[in-house]
Design a protein around this ligand. Structure first.
Ligand SMILES: [Zn+2]
Length: 871
């Protein structure tokens, strides 16, 4: 699954610090089944034959299941997962009588108790039942859109982490793999898509068609997929695989980019994993709408994307969107092996799927689009993860998940971005060829099976002269960020390790075996640093800590070395420039270094030639600007920040230059929008001028420029502009465009307009999946308002969000605040949320506390420095 991170506020970094490193023994204990809440294991499914008859208009469906089960121990009782399911009839092939049926709503199970014990053997369990079609993305859900013939509805499924139980009573656990034979009744003329190709289509009652798909291989329930709608499919053979993109009728031109991307990526993955893609076809299915939590889902052979994450429209899509689409395609394709063919045994090891796919998306994208500098870009996400990891509420990459309801907590920056950073570091440590050899063996040995993380490390260790299991345990079994410090002593350099923590809870000492590379000394100095063993070496030159920035740690220079590395900034590699921008801010914000280090680096970074470095700087400056709201020092700070972006703004201008690199276009948008936020009157005036001209001549703006203008105008909207944007939202025909316009209604700085946006979210005017987006948008500038509103209308807001993600949704709204009162509100909210889902609340509170700390302690430092360094 491709997870959608919390607000851009994550641009504000933080840091972290040490206890003894976990041992092999502790790791071994983790691999055992600890207290997971799972179904009884005395009955197991082998094959599900499922027939679904949807009634899309009424948002209900009928289901018929014949499950081939193996009874391993005699039992009278069979327990399955089911949610919002009503079973009408149930029977087992060995007994004549019907069992009693008992539902457990909280545990989402249904139990069938028979009159006598079923002896071990193989039987068919048959069920007739009914269920619900939802309007948010969980279980079987509907998305409405304006088609050629007016309002149309298509249906799709979304099961991760545990919502297959909303379509089929089942053993809905990743470790229970089975074969699925799915049949669906579809309206005549519509297309039905599932994991496998259509095996047969026969006429059914009322002019409908009964579409049966070929049997899947053995797989986990969360990977099953079904969609039915007025679709078209464009496809081509890539080797032995039929690769297709399924879009709504009329959208095939928008599918070309995705089809081309998949065509170049599939052979790359077939080679990398050493096992060819195992299914006969691979579809990418677009759905009109969005979720607050994910953009795409790796259903085996039938990857689902919301439109914005898959389709390219030359008038609307920005360069940044296009890069994101490519990366999302690479991510979900990597899952076809890592996650689908080989699956984690339980949600504890979710990171095995997500950390790996998040790393591989970059490796694959960089292979085909080196000009995007994706490894540099990925640092922003890693920084957000490091920020979380340096505060209370963080968790180890491999984290105990008690039950499926707690699993939603694990879809976060630690699992994805820290996971990806750790894999990148380990690959660098053993070398890419050795790492790939280990991965190939892992896939070959565990195909169609389930694993724990140590299964991967042991395959790499078997082929690698340098062993990784110890280092991997240090970084995956404990939370936190190492702090590597470098100092000059008696003619030599000394490296030492501590822990980087932005709050008291994250400063407990811990130890990691950390691979560290030091550049700037001629031959790179590579070593492994631990808390017990500082490393020392004589050296001449200006050392660059974490050269190449592949290590997951914060870098701190002793003052004299800091001065030298800042002086050397213009000649450093872009990766290391980026590292300095991020580390200096994080160290300053958490109090490990003076904020002046960051301010001095900001002055150097404005000269950076690499667009990604300039973007990182803009992000840091914008994040600090948010904290200056209502502060006396704001005008001086904004003047300083605007000056740092002036050179980039001059170079880029407003309009794309023929043949310019994509990353220039991306940077242009970020620089202009940030300057708008920083109150640059010329930028705001020019955006308004272009907006007015565009209203009269809609072809005058497209792609990135169009979004830049709209975003600046929306951020600065007055009542009249808001009305204009509202009218545009109402008449937008493209679903992405429509969603964006609704979002723009929430992002302004005028509190009265924020109130109007919130009221609009509940008005039923915005389509079902755009309404929560509007509340989220308001939270970017008015988190307290958005949270209070959502709490006051909780029953109405609850139904706007997928059930397993509700706690996270509210926590994220409040988590963008920096008000002490919000901490109390979040605690009160947490008391009403299921205990296993409260992790996001803890993280939100830690983030608020951190921002308060910056406002109280660091902004005065910045103010003093700015007063002493005018201009
Ligand atoms: Zn994923």
């Amino acid at each position: 699954m491709k997870f959608v991170p919390a607000f851009v506020l994550a641009a504000l970094m933080l840091g972290a610090p040490a206890v003894a490193a976990p041992t092999q023994k502790a790791a071994a204990a983790k691999s055992d089944t600890h207290a997971h809440v799972t179904l009884p294991s005395d009955v197991r499914p082998e094959r599900y034959a499922i027939n679904i008859v949807p009634n899309a208009d009424k948002l209900t469906f009928e289901g018929h299941e014949a499950i081939t089960v193996t009874v391993k121990r005699a039992t009278k009782r069979i327990v399955l997962n089911a949610a919002d399911i009503a079973v009408q009839k149930v029977s087992i092939s060995c007994l004549p009588d019907a069992p009693t049926i008992a539902y457990d709503k909280d545990q989402q199970t249904v139990a069938f108790t028979f009159s006598k014990a079923i002896e071990p053997g193989r039987y068919t369990l048959a069920l007739d039942y009914t269920g619900l079609i939802y309007e948010q993305a969980s279980g079987l859900f509907a998305l409405d859109y304006q088609g050629a013939n007016g309002k149309q509805r298509a249906i799709f499924t979304q099961f991760e982490n545990s919502d297959a139980r909303r379509l089929i009573p089942s053993w809905d656990e990743p470790g229970v793999k089975a074969v699925y034979s799915l049949t669906v009744q579809a309206p005549a003329g519509q297309i039905a898509v599932s994991n496998m190709p259509v095996a047969a289509a026969t006429p059914a009652a009322g002019g409908a068609q009964s579409v049966r798909f070929a049997d899947t291989p053995k797989m986990s329930s969360y990977l099953l997929f079904l969609a039915v709608g007025d679709f078209e499919r464009v496809h081509r053979m890539v080797g032995k695989t039929d690769v297709g993109v399924v879009v709504r009728r009329g959208d095939t031109a928008k599918a070309q980019f995705a089809l081309d991307a998949a065509t170049e990526l599939l052979p790359f993955y077939n080679d990398y994993f050493g096992t060819p893609y195992p299914l006969p076809k691979l579809d990418f299915i677009a759905g009109p709408g969005r979720s607050q939590f994910f953009s795409a889902m790796e259903n085996w052979g039938a990857i689902f994307y919301f439109d914005y994450a898959l389709l390219v429209d030359s008038k609307l899509t920005t360069e940044s969107d296009k890069q994101g689409i490519y990366v999302d395609i690479a991510h979900e394709m990597a899952h076809q092996w890592f996650g689908d063919l080989v699956t984690m045994a339980w949600w504890d090891d979710l990171w095995l799927n997500e950390g790996f796919a998040s790393w591989m998306e970059n490796k694959a994208t960089d292979r085909f689009h080196p000009e995007w500098k994706i490894w540099l870009q990925t640092k922003a996400g890693e920084q957000a993860a490091m920020s979380t990891d340096a505060k209370a509420g963080s968790h180890p990459v491999i984290t105990p998940i008690h039950d499926v309801f707690a699993a939603a907590n694990a879809f976060d920056g630690i699992t994805y971005q820290k996971g990806h950073a750790v894999i990148h570091m380990l690959e660098d440590y053993v070398g890419p060829d050795v790492f790939r050899a280990g991965v190939r063996n892992y896939i070959a040995h565990h195909a169609y099976g389930n694993t724990v993380t140590d299964d991967l490390w042991s395959e790499v260790d078997k082929v690698s002269p340098k062993k990784i299991t110890g280092i991997a345990h240090d970084f995956t079994l404990q939370a936190g960020v190492p702090l590597i410090s470098i100092a000059q002593a008696k003619g030599g350099l000394t490296l030492s390790q501590g822990r980087f923590g932005a709050d008291a809870a994250s400063k407990t000492p811990r130890s990691w075996r950390t691979p560290v590379t030091i550049g700037g000394l001629g031959t790179p100095w590579k070593t492994v640093v631990s808390a017990k063993a500082p490393a020392t070496r004589g050296a001449a030159g200006t050392p660059v800590l974490n050269a190449g920035q592949v290590g997951y740690f914060r870098s701190r220079y002793a003052p004299e070395l800091e001065t030298r590395v800042v002086a050397a900034f213009p000649s450093l590699d872009a990766k290391d420039q980026l590292g300095l921008v991020y580390d200096s801010f994080a160290l300053g914000a958490a109090g490990y270094a003076p904020m002046s280090d960051f301010l001095a680096i900001a002055k150097s970074a404005e000269t950076a030639k690499e667009p990604v470095v300039a973007r990182a700087l803009a992000g840091q400056l914008d994040g600090l600007n948010d904290l200056y709201q209502g502060q006396a020092g704001k005008p001086a700070y904004q003047a300083f920040a605007r000056a740092r972006l002036a050179a980039a703004a001059r170079r880029l201008g407003w309009d794309a230059k023929p043949g310019e690199p994509d990353n220039d276009a991306v940077l242009r948008r970020i620089v202009l929008v940030t300057l708008g936020d920083l109150g640059d009157p010329q930028v705001v005036a020019e955006a308004r001028r272009r907006f007015t001209a565009w209203l009269a001549a809609p072809d005058s703006l497209k792609g990135t420029t169009r979004q830049t203008v709209l975003q600046i105008v929306a951020n600065q909207a007055d009542s009249a502009t808001w009305e204009q944007l509202h009218a545009l939202a109402q008449k937008a025909t493209d679903t992405n465009d429509r969603t964006r316009f609704y979002r723009y209604l929430g992002v302004g700085h005028d509190p009265a307009l924020a109130d109007r946006a919130l009221a609009l979210a509940l008005s039923k005017e915005p389509p079902a999946t755009d309404a929560p987006e509007l509340i989220t948008a308001v939270a970017t500038n008015f988190p307290d308002k958005a949270f209070d509103f959502a709490m006051a209308h909780r029953a109405e807001v609850d139904v706007m969000v997928e059930p397993t993600s509700r706690t996270s949704f509210y926590a994220r709204l409040g988590g963008a605040s920096n008000q002490a009162a919000m901490i109390a509100k979040l605690n009160a909210f947490a008391a009403t949320a299921p205990a296993s889902t409260r992790g996001e609340v803890t993280k939100a509170i830690a983030a608020i506390t951190y921002r308060q700390q910056i406002v109280e302690k660091r902004l005065p430092e910045v103010d003093r420095w700015l007063a002493a360094h005018p201009g």
